[in-house]
Design a protein around this ligand. Structure first.
Ligand code: ATP
Length: 231
């Protein structure tokens, strides 16, 4: 089987617990599943069921206690901190509920920021950022600061920032959670376009049924266990 046909992400027997003093809080219990290349996956489940923890493990922000996560043939659970940070910067685009933009930087500077690690000139970085902002419909807001933008516009800046490095995976944690209905729909339209037109693989944690409708496949977590796979 060629690499193109293999699942992009393989998750096997993943376990994670948090420790507070002597107290151990089990969060993920023997999670195994695959994510296909080009998939738009929705992760749902009650509050505290481990969705963000799972997303953070797939994105290489955190380490599991046991198990394996392979992304495009690389077992990221075996990478040391420094290699993992470099892997993350190259391969993962992040979209958060509260945008996480730098308040002192303009929209253009926020979007260009991840490119600093890529050895491009300032001019190249700005050109690419400007293109990404045009793609998300913000060509006329490049010099605005986050505080001068609506929530929906800030989330579009965050999406432009997430795609600027052409990542292997886009992870979105409640991307519509802080938005009104219309702005939420606009953000979902944009994510759908990234998936359908650019072929981006998206993993989205959500409580929002409107967001879940857009996913190709839903996985449900309950108390750290995958409960349902309609596919
Ligand atoms: N850094 C941490 N230290 C200790 N416990 C943690 C930590 N992060 C998360 N937890 C615990 O792990 C469990 C799962 O948290 P997680 O954020 O993954 O759930 P979630 O399904 O994303 O919840 P929500 O929908 O409310 O965001 C919760 O019980 C939480 O209290």
């Amino acid at each position: 089987m060629s690499d193109e046909k293999k699942p992009l992400v393989l998750i096997r027997h993943l376990r994670k617990a948090y420790r507070r003093g002597t107290q151990v809080v089990p969060v993920l219990d023997d999670i195994s599943f695959d994510i296909e290349r080009g998939e738009f996956l929705g992760l749902m489940g009650p509050s505290g069921s481990g969705k963000t923890t799972l997303l953070n493990l797939i994105a290489g922000i955190d380490h599991p206690d046991a198990g394996r996560i392979s992304v495009d043939g690389i077992d990221i659970t075996r990478l040391d901190e420094e290699t993992l940070a470099a892997w993350r910067a190259r391969h993962v685009g992040f979209i958060f509920q509260f945008y996480n933009l730098m308040p002192v930087l303009t929209a253009l500077e926020n979007v260009a920021l991840p490119l600093i690690l890529f050895g491009l000139s300032r001019r190249e970085r700005q050109e690419r950022a400007s293109l990404a902002l045009s793609m998300v419909g913000l060509a006329d807001r490049m010099d605005h600061y986050p505080a001068q933008l609506s929530g929906g516009q800030q989330q579009r800046v965050a999406i432009a920032r997430a795609i600027i490095t052409d990542p292997t995976l886009i992870v979105a944690d409640e991307p519509t959670g802080d938005l009104d209905r219309q702005s939420g729909q606009d953000i979902l339209d944009l994510l759908e376009r990234l998936n359908q037109e650019l072929g981006k693989t998206i993993i989205m944690v959500t409580h929002d049924p409107k967001a879940a409708e857009r996913a190709h496949r839903l996985r449900h977590l309950d108390k750290g266990v995958l409960t349902h796979d309609p596919a």
